[in-house]
Design a binder for this molecule. Structure first.
Ligand code: AMP
Ligand code: MG
Length: 331
């Protein structure tokens, strides 16, 4: 079933249902997720707002619902290590941590697999392993977690898809540990909250990067760092530094209404370009296509990239924020 989204300014108004965690709730959530809707679901850390990580527009709706002012890479939830290894490349240290702490509140950032599974998906350009590029915000690494909570595990199994899920709160608000917190923050913006009671841990997962042969702690969390440290060949620094934003290599000109010589124009709405973020001027579609088209423009023969204005608030503003940073001179 598809819940109709009604745009009223920047906010989408709809009825938010709360269902207690049971088979019926999981079945309903599964229908919604497979139809491209985000749903709120408890995990052992905080409530997550979960969407199909292979569906770029579904992931864009997470941003629309949260009102996030920019794009950050999201954590992808999978049912087990085997599923994780189909998406990311695990070295021995990463696998050791996964075996020790999964399922549980540990997120591992690993390189995205380049081999196999790549398939162009309609309207979204090239995708690896079906993971939409908006999920990693265009990065070559991916954050993966195997949650322990029965609700998220049941949803993952029923959907058969990896699920991208940041915390289920409006941007700038604190992470929700109860269904009532989610309702207060996102009521009217999402179709369903699964109520599994108060979350056990109440703080976000520990994040460790295993991208270059060493382990780095990116975010402190419920997992004991000392234990992780012992597994590291090099000392873990905290908090870790890792490129968290993709930017195109070429100069980027914003608010372009026509291409100048040597420019590859990314259009939007009435501005026709070499490609378009959304010919119908839909900011959710534009967000879903943003990183694929930036990569495409980077790979085109033209020396420079120009991009049409993306007017509006909400997710359109998030796109503009991301583009402004991509256009800023590198330091
Ligand atoms: P949240 O989903 O709001 O709990 O935040 C996810 C966290 O994971 C953020 O701090 C991100 O910067 C981090 N993260 C997710 N994916 C990556 C990645 N590919 N590389 C580095 N950090 C990541
Ligand atoms: Mg959060």
């Amino acid at each position: 079933m598809m819940t109709p989204w009604r745009y009223s300014g920047s906010a989408m108004v709809q009825t938010t249902r709360i269902m207690p965690l049971d088979d019926e709730a999981i079945a309903e959530a599964t229908l919604l997720v497979l139809a491209g809707e985000p749903v709120a679901v408890p995990t052992e850390t905080v409530y997550g707002l979960a969407a199909d990580a292979t569906n770029a527009e579904a992931v864009a709706r997470i941003y629309a619902a949260k009102g996030r002012p920019s794009f950050n890479p999201l954590i992808v939830h999978v049912p087990n290590l085997e599923a994780a290894e189909r998406i990311g490349r695990f070295d021995a240290q990463a696998r050791d941590l996964a075996l020790q702490y999964w399922p549980g509140p540990l997120t591992l950032v690993v390189p995205l697999r380049e081999d196999g599974g790549a398939k162009p998906v309609r309207g979204t350009g090239e995708q690896r392993h079906g993971i939409a590029s908006i999920v990693t915000a265009g990065l070559e690494t991916i954050a993966l977690r195997v949650p322990a909570h029965a609700a998220m595990q049941a949803l993952l199994k029923a959907c058969g898809r990896p699920l991208a899920a940041p915390s289920a709160n409006a941007s700038g608000q604190i992470s929700p540990t109860r269904a009532s917190h989610v309702l207060a923050s996102l009521g009217g913006r999402i179709p369903l909250i699964i109520d599994g009671g108060a979350t056990q841990r109440g703080i976000e997962s520990t994040i460790v990067a295993a991208t270059d042969g060493s382990l780095r702690l990116l975010r402190r969390g419920p997992i004991e760092i000392e234990a992780a440290k012992q597994l590291a060949s090099k000392a873990i620094e905290a908090p870790g530094q890792l490129a968290s934003h993709y930017a195109p290599m070429k100069p980027l000109r914003l608010d372009a209404t026509a291409a100048e010589p040597g420019e590859y124009l990314i259009g939007f709405g009435p501005v026709r370009g070499d490609v378009s973020l959304s010919e119908r001027g839909d900011p959710v579609e534009a967000a879903a296509r943003l990183f694929d088209l930036l990569h495409q423009a980077d790979g085109a023969p033209a020396a420079r990239i120009a991009i049409a204005p993306i007017p509006g608030d909400g997710i359109a503003a998030a796109i503009r924020d991301r583009l402004k940073r991509a256009a800023a001179p590198r330091v």
